[in-house]
Write a protein that binds this ligand. Structure first.
Ligand SMILES: Cc1cc2nc3c(=O)[nH]c(=O)nc-3n(C[C@H](O)[C@H](O)[C@H](O)COP(=O)(O)OP(=O)(O)OC[C@H]3O[C@@H](n4cnc5c(N)ncnc54)[C@H](O)[C@@H]3O)c2cc1C
Length: 326
């Protein structure tokens, strides 16, 4: 039986909103704990686009995803948070005194005075490339956390969305060659990125799908086919990046009695959910006019923590004071 961990504030989800909420909890003098089902902090940013340049975070004219997360982790460290990574929050129950007990799927219990759910799109898993399981970890990847791992290799990227084009653009300078195949001739990716990739050395082939992967220890080639003509071709590649999207699952969160709307949690202007002392921030929230962006999540995190602080201690002021004065 794992020890029950005591904390003022439990944050479920260590993406950008959760990490910023952790910093803010420290600023409010609260002890704070972060729980995330992924093995590393950073949510969608670290898992899906760590090397992508982000241009719309205030104060950063341009910053790579992983660098932004590293900064968030450094900032959160001021609050000395306890991390339970690789723990999916499974159950949430209220005690008679209003405090909250959350249990992870590994049995870790966290007893908190308030909870902020920053679960983003839920726990997300990549859509698998069919019949390619045996190559996972042996040349086939769903994430590219470190671009350098593909330095000097011939890389095949499968997909037509943002991730596929972002990887193609980022790998162009690092890999020996990059080929991107997509089963349609329209792309779901950001238009400017698509145009830049089309104008680059990346070979983009539409109406093309993977027929079979070859190689003994790792990948040595991939047979692709044109889905209109069935014409086949063998591409000599040593790495395949399957960027076919993700299935996201709110999973356990849906069973906690939270008011939901289309797989999001309904909050009021305080970021309060319908459950006492349970708040939410970031992509997971829903209200009229909601915009799902990192910048918005940061603001919501600050609102959620300040309101959680007053829920924990009704005598506490809502306005936290200025950090520059601290
Ligand atoms: C390819 C791509 C490019 C993007 N580019 C931009 C951009 O340029 N600018 C911008 O502002 N936004 C961009 N976004 C959107 C941005 O990434 C999200 O708005 C942001 O990540 C939301 O942060 P979050 O902290 O709310 O949630 P997330 O980043 O989704 O993090 C949520 C975390 O909660 C965890 N979690 C969920 N359920 C549980 C549970 N039950 N127990 C434990 N942990 C749980 C998840 O594992 C995850 O780590 C992009 C998104 C993608 C996919």
């Amino acid at each position: 039986m794992t020890d029950r961990h005591q904390t003022d504030l439990l944050i479920i989800g260590a993406g950008p909103a959760g990490l910023y909420a952790a910093y803010y909890a420290g600023f409010r003098g609260l002890t704070v704990t972060l729980m995330d089902s992924l093995p590393q902090p950073g949510g969608q940013v670290a898992a899906m686009y760590p090397e992508k340049l982000i241009y719309d975070v205030a104060g950063f004219p341009g910053i790579r995803g992983q660098a932004l997360i590293d900064n968030c982790v450094e900032q959160a460290a001021k609050a000395d948070p306890t991390y339970f990574l690789g723990h999916r929050a499974e159950d949430l129950v209220h005690a008679e005194d209003g405090s909250i007990l959350v249990t992870s799927h590994k049995g870790q219990q966290v007893h908190a005075k308030a909870v902020i759910i920053t679960g983003g799109i839920g726990t997300f898993t990549p859509r698998p490339l069919p019949d390619a399981e045996q190559y996972e970890g042996r040349g086939l990847r769903y994430f590219v956390p470190k671009l350098d791992e593909l330095a000097g290799l011939d890389v095949l990227i499968v997909g037509g969305g943002d991730s596929a084009f972002d990887w193609a653009q980022a790998l162009e300078q690092i890999a020996k060659s990059v080929t991107l195949i997509h089963r349609r001739d329209t792309f779901r990716a950001h238009e400017r990125t698509v145009q830049e990739v089309l104008a680059s050395t990346v070979s983009v082939r539409t109406h093309t799908e993977v027929a079979s992967i070859h190689g003994e220890d790792g990948i040595t080639s991939v047979e692709v086919f044109d889905n209109r003509t069935d014409e086949r071709e063998r591409l000599e590649v040593q790495a395949v990046v399957a960027a076919l999207g993700f299935t996201a699952d709110l999973g356990p969160l849906t069973r906690w009695g939270l008011q939901q709307h289309k797989r999001h949690i309904v909050v009021d202007t305080r970021m309060a959910t319908n459950l006492p002392r349970v708040f939410a921030a970031g992509d997971i929230t829903e209200y009229d006019g909601k915009v799902r962006l990192i910048a918005v999540g940061f603001g919501e995190a600050a609102t959620a923590v300040n309101n959680a602080a007053t829920a924990i201690d009704p005598k506490a002021k809502l306005f936290p004071g200025h950090s520059s004065a601290a």
